[in-house]
Design a binder for this molecule. Structure first.
Ligand SMILES: *Cc1c(COP(=O)(O)O)cnc(C)c1O
Length: 356
């Protein structure tokens, strides 16, 4: 039986995508070859890469607006370093908002590189909210924020108004909600939270921002080179790119981000309403900053843990244990998770209340 998969990442993808990807492993495009054994220079794969890059821009509403999309290896963590390499000027500085473990990981890499100002941090409150009052130094080369904090379950609902170029780690909410994406100068996202299998990262960058640091950038770190080589400077992760394309096609056919956003809002409302109603559970974050992707909560009484865990497991629910650094529970409701799965979890929560 297929589980109700609430895993935070790698995570659920549409069933249709699993089936098409499985088929391509056996026979890609009727070529008599597996997608795993073709050359990345084969025109069938070059077409996949081109479509993936174009469709990413299309879904974000950034076609013909001066942006380029590239697919690279190394995970979002690699971009923590590539970003300062490509955007921090010699003797320049960067500004960062610290909203969680991933944001602070990005800050560490930037600090190792050059002057890095942390404009605000919610760390003293265990990252249970998003700081909103802060000022971004006008002379910063860029401002970095994290739109969704996967581990803590907070999500930025608004973004700073600033003339400083905006960089955003959207790893765990890319393609999940409508935003004016043209407000951002660089967006990046590791595939494995909402787009595809682990192994590839999408980077969308305004081209005019690049080439201004005044330093030589090693090839593998250089966005301009990757753009020029159309994500084929070295062997791309063929399968991860192909599967990400399948997910983007699925989303496009569904009606794009606006259509999935409605479903994501309905799923999040269903779960948060139950967390708020049911006295057995407590939410862990400030309400106004709650993430529609990752909902974090605790049992009001830890003694019910064994019973609750056995109940959700019996109901076919998988992956709701909180991140190892914070404990409790975390239900991740990415694009491909059906509303019925959330209903199953909510029914278990209600059942627990009746039992005790
Ligand atoms: C998972 C995650 C990362 C790290 O991604 P890797 O691909 O493992 O490097 C970075 N940022 C956010 C917001 C994440 O959710």
């Amino acid at each position: 039986m297929k589980k109700h998969n609430f895993s935070a990442g790698p995570c659920i993808l549409p069933q249709e995508v699993f089936e098409k990807a499985a088929q391509a492993v056996l026979d890609f495009n009727g070529m008599g070859l597996s997608v795993l054994e073709i050359s990345h220079r084969d025109k069938a794969f070059v077409a996949v890469m081109e479509e993936a890059r174009a469709l990413a821009l299309d879904l974000l509403g950034l076609t013909d607006k001066g942006y380029r999309a590239i697919f690279l290896q190394g995970g979002a963590s690699m971009e923590f370093l590539r970003i300062p390499y490509n955007l921090m000027k010699t003797n320049g500085k960067a500004a960062y908002l610290d909203t969680g473990t991933w944001a602070s990981g990005a800050i560490k890499e930037a600090k190792a590189f050059g002057e890095t100002v942390v404009v605000a941090s919610s760390k003293p409150d265990n990252y249970t909210y998003i700081p909103k009052e802060y000022s971004i130094p006008a002379d910063a080369d860029y401002f970095h924020c994290t739109s969704n904090n996967t581990i803590y379950g907070t999500q930025m609902k608004s973004f700073a108004e600033t003339n400083v170029p905006m960089v955003c780690d959207m790893s765990s909410d890319i393609f999940s909600r409508t935003l004016d994406f043209s407000k951002f100068d660089l967006i990046y996202a590791g595939a494995q939270k909402n787009m595809g299998p682990a192994g590839v990262t999408l980077i969308v960058v305004k081209e005019e921002l690049l080439g201004k640091t005044g330093r030589a950038i090693p090839n593998i770190m250089n966005y301009q080179l990757h753009i020029e080589k159309e994500s084929m400077y070295n062997t791309p992760p063929v399968f991860a790119v192909y599967t990400s394309l399948l997910t983007m096609q699925w989303l496009k056919n569904l009606g794009g981000i606006a259509a999935i956003e409605k479903q994501n809002e309905a799923k999040a409302k269903l779960l948060y309403d139950e967390i708020d109603r049911n006295p057995i559970f407590v939410g862990t974050t400030v309400k106004e900053d709650r993430s529609n992707m990752n909902a974090t909560f605790l049992l009001a009484d830890e003694n019910h843990k064994e019973l609750f865990d056995s109940m959700w497991k019996a109901a076919g629910v998988s992956g709701i244990n909180g991140h190892r650094s914070v404990g409790g529970y975390r239900a991740s409701m990415y694009n491909a998770l059906p509303l019925e799965s959330v209903q199953v979890l909510v029914d278990v929560m209600k059942e627990l209340e009746r039992k005790i």
